[in-house]
Design a protein around this ligand. Structure first.
Ligand SMILES: [Zn+2]
Length: 321
């Protein structure tokens, strides 16, 4: 009788403890999914492919926002305090992310822990101009000091990002290793199939010169063969001077450049002014998933960029070779 009473009390106490924990941490108490927070929508999309039904993924930034400029809001810290995994682009794209990690006070996702994944490990980096011993000075304006951080715009880097995510998820959840491995195999197969289609489409336009607003494109242009010959920004992160705009107009006219690519987060006034003076088209291209509403995942991103580049080239009378 006494034994029964004790066991009933124990059950009641454990129910209370469970409810108490659930109130403190509702996500973990009721769901077994791994809670992942990424800094970008591209990382979210790739994590969803690899993690499948075992993960629940949120991105801190929106796809149309400027990834260099994020206000580290307390609401992000609250989300990070409950996360099992944090995934970032790395290099110097997210100086704001480390402030968020400090504020979140979540030991699982601190730098050096298995729950802190840096996607850039092993990727093909462009613009690695910084020599050993060079002084790093952001006041000079360059916000790409460790190499170009927009490296996800090469689908083969997408496979390496996915590999880094796969290894991280397997450490966090070894019981699901085979499930994640299989998703990675499918992801790589899809990239390979689509990449040959994308390259086939772009091949006739190889060597076409364009101007871009921001230096987001070195990996994309290396893979798909367009030449970004100059930028609207004076340097990454630095607004153009009137002298730079005047020189750019001269160059576009002299070299017969027909297309100015603009990322959704930048203003339209200067590109439209340059367009007026040169006849070049301004083409807004997303650089991230959800940068425009049609781009819902990492594969859509390349479909959209490539289809819109080609239709603008055609409109501007740039003939395929
Ligand atoms: Zn940038």
């Amino acid at each position: 009788m006494l034994k029964k009473k004790i066991s009933r009390s124990a059950t009641i106490i454990s129910c209370y403890v469970f409810l108490f924990l659930a109130i403190l941490n509702p996500g973990n108490a009721f769901a077994n999914k791994i809670k992942v927070i990424t800094t970008s929508t591209d990382l979210r999309s790739i994590t969803e492919f690899i993690g499948g039904g075992k993960v629940e993924v949120e991105s801190i930034t929106q796809g149309y926002a400027n990834p260099h400029q994020v206000d580290p809001k307390p609401s992000f810290m609250v989300r990070l305090s409950k996360a099992d995994v944090f995934i970032r682009i790395g290099l110097d794209l997210e100086p704001w992310a480390l402030l968020l990690i400090d504020g979140a006070r979540n030991p699982r996702i601190r730098f050096g822990e298995p729950g802190h994944i840096i996607a850039s490990v092993g990727v093909d980096l462009q613009d690695q101009g910084l020599q050993a011993g060079t002084m790093i000075d952001r006041s000079l304006g360059d916000i790409h000091i460790y190499g170009n951080p927009h490296y996800w715009l090469d689908p083969l880097n997408g496979k390496i990002i996915a590999q880094n995510i796969l290894e991280g998820l397997k450490m966090i959840s070894p019981e699901n290793a085979e499930y994640f491995n299989e998703n990675k195999r499918l992801f790589d197969r899809e990239i390979d199939t689509r990449l040959s289609r994308w390259q086939e489409k772009m091949k006739p336009y190889s060597g076409t010169n364009v101007v871009a607003y921001h230096k987001s494109w070195p990996n994309f242009s290396k893979r798909f063969g367009i030449n970004v010959v100059d930028y609207v920004e004076l340097k990454p992160g630095i607004v153009p001077s009137p002298a730079h705009i005047a020189a750019l107009i001269k160059k576009i006219n002299a070299e017969g450049i027909k297309v100015i690519i603009k990322e959704p987060c930048y203003e339209n006034k200067i590109p439209n002014f340059i367009s007026l003076k040169t006849g070049a088209s301004v083409l807004t291209l997303p650089v991230s998933v959800e940068g425009v509403k049609e781009v819902k995942d990492y594969f859509d991103l390349f479909d959209y960029i490539i289809d819109n580049l080609i239709s603008t080239f055609t409109k501007q009378g740039i003939n395929p070779k």
